[in-house]
Design a protein around this ligand. Structure first.
Ligand SMILES: [Zn+2]
Ligand SMILES: [Zn+2]
Length: 367
């Protein structure tokens, strides 16, 4: 079949074009996408800053309606609503058996290289170039073929745009607070970077009973979103020394700092900013190809903890249904994160808006 999709043929080259999509194999599902979240990871991939290389179809956050299923697929049927899980763990490798599905040994060979879990692709351009599936998902397309491990059933009362964001920003940001850091109630917390992941960490801190919850960003426009989602204080690190301001607000530094940016400067702010004995959690991948110097005088002599959090240390098949429940109970106001909606053709503009700090999270709507 044909589907209109966001194609990256070469780095920094984005086109919205009609491409070929082969039918699902026996263990796969064809989804008619309804919403696709727009994430910094898509932008970084389009610019060649992460591991996946073109040619590929972008998008890894999404929700839609099942159009067709392969013969072995039992958990969904045509017409069902689903959320796309971009971490299709195998459930039988050592990491999966340890309960660390985010570190599944199959992911580096397949999903993180923009292949489907069986190592192949179903997409190609009309002029015959094979296209890869970003994070085994490629949700920025009217239709997507995904492995059944990428399918999470979606309750009827969760809107598609909200669901698409729970699939990545919430999984990563809220997951870092609840799973990676396991913050005790009443902890002082700060979040560096108020994009979708950072704002989701702020929601997680509120859910976990933190106080204060300090939002740190270089763009004043982000603080409205941050306050709306639970931040009690804000620090503009472009005009203020963030580390000094954090110490003043918390009598020596927060217990936990969550860095959603992952740049050398923000990793340093997180590690030096937490109080002695405190915990810095790095969630962002911006500096994936950059080395960050770490001072033993800060890490060792001050007995700090530095934690990496990939996709919120989550087990998506447990955590995504749980986050959907928390949303339905009003405990995670994810709808406030969806601040702008776009058509697929407006993706380039959506990336600009994201870089300019104009949106909490943008979502592409289909239909
Ligand atoms: Zn994402
Ligand atoms: Zn596995």
């Amino acid at each position: 079949m044909k589907t209109k999709a966001a194609v990256v043929r070469e780095l920094n080259q984005l086109t919205i074009e009609e491409v070929n999509l082969d039918p699902p194999k026996s263990y796969e599902v064809l989804v008619r996408m309804q919403a696709a979240g727009i994430c910094h990871s898509d932008l970084h991939t389009y610019k060649g800053e992460l591991r996946a290389t073109p040619p590929l179809v972008l998008g890894h956050e999404g929700a839609g309606i099942v159009e067709a299923v392969g013969a072995e697929v039992a958990k969904v049927k045509p017409g069902d609503r689903i959320l796309v899980n971009w971490l299709p763990a195998c459930n039988h490798c050592t990491a999966c058996l340890r309960g660390q599905g985010n570190l599944c040994e199959r992911l580096p060979r397949t999903t993180l290289q923009a292949l489907l879990p069986d190592g192949t692709t179903r997409l190609s351009t009309t002029d015959g170039i094979k296209l890869k599936h970003y994070l085994s998902a490629s949700t920025m397309s009217e239709y997507a073929v995904i492995d059944q491990a990428s399918v999470i059933p979606l309750p009827d009362d969760v809107p598609f745009d909200v669901a698409s964001i729970i699939g990545c920003a919430v999984l990563t940001g809220t997951g870092a607070v609840l799973n990676t850091a396991q913050v005790p109630p009443g902890s002082a917390a700060a979040v560096i970077g108020c994009g979708g992941v950072g704002l989701s960490a702020i929601m997680g801190c509120k859910l976990a009973g933190c106080y204060p919850i300090i939002a740190v960003d270089v763009m004043e426009s982000k603080f409205t979103f941050a306050r709306d989602l639970g931040a009690t204080h804000t620090i503009n690190s472009r005009t203020t020394n963030a580390i000094e301001a954090l110490r003043e607000l918390t009598h020596g530094g927060p217990d936990f700092i969550f860095d959603s940016v992952g740049a050398a400067v923000t990793i340093d702010q997180a590690l030096r900013g937490v109080r002695p004995g405190g915990t810095a959690v790095i969630m962002g991948m911006h500096a994936a190809k950059v080395d960050v110097p770490i001072s033993p005088a800060v890490l060792v002599a001050q007995n700090k903890r530095l934690l990496g959090s990939f996709a919120g240390s989550s087990q998506p098949h447990l955590d995504l249904p749980h986050f959907l429940q928390l949303y339905r109970a009003g405990r995670l106001p994810v709808e406030k994160l969806v601040s702008q909606r776009y058509r697929l053709e407006e993706l380039e503009q959506a990336f600009h808006d994201m870089e300019a700090g104009k949106v909490a999270r943008g979502v592409i709507l289909f239909d």
